[in-house]
Design a protein around this ligand. Sequence first.
Ligand SMILES: C[S@@+](CC[C@H](N)C(=O)[O-])C[C@H]1O[C@@H](n2cnc3c(N)ncnc32)[C@H](O)[C@@H]1O
Length: 205
Amino acid sequence: MQRTTLVPLMRFAAEPANAAAGPLRLLELGCGTGRFLTFALDALQSHPGGVRATAVELSPFYLEAARRNVDYAARLRGWPAETAAVRFVLGSAESMPELADGSQDAIMCVYTFHELPPTARVAIAREVGRLLRPGGVFVLTDSLQLGDRPSIDAEIPVFSQLNEPYYQSFLETDFADLLRTEAGMRPEWKGLRSATKTLSFRKPE
Ligand SMILES: C[S@@+](CC[C@H](N)C(=O)[O-])C[C@H]1O[C@@H](n2cnc3c(N)ncnc32)[C@H](O)[C@@H]1O
């Protein structure tokens, strides 16, 4: 259900001001093998101004796989050269000094927050606030949390026992509060699909 991320992302891209604003500057945090990035770039390949994407990943092995997957998808799908020219950054999303303040229109992060210790969640929220330009969007996709589907509240914490030491604290995190206090952002959209939740937040103009 990674693709739930596309709902707020594509809505954002289609807003008249964003469609007319030149290349959409898209950043993915924790891109893993890049599989979802290929979906997003494919969906955005006809964005009027093109797409200029950056992918940040902690693991050099995943980053290399992402590079290969993007190259393959670009050839298979015939993306414009600019769309295919993804900038891959090896590093931690808690601190991305290579990227300038306000340099991104949209940031997405899929299935990574549940792996992060609470201090990293705070640091990343701050980086999101720094990197987005005013009016930019942050799309966060991850597991359902407690209260999203009360009927399974007793079952979802079991995932904590599967080598996921930060999952319980993830379940209890109030992301609206985190993004407001650390990044000055406001909640925009929430979508639930199967065991996945997507939240989007906007940085005020
Ligand atoms: C569960 S995987 C999800 C990967 C991908 N987003 C997806 O949906 O398939 C989490 C990814 O986040 C990366 N990651 C974990 N902590 C990170 C951090 N602090 N900064 C950047 N990447 C991180 C991991 O290496 C891993 O590739």
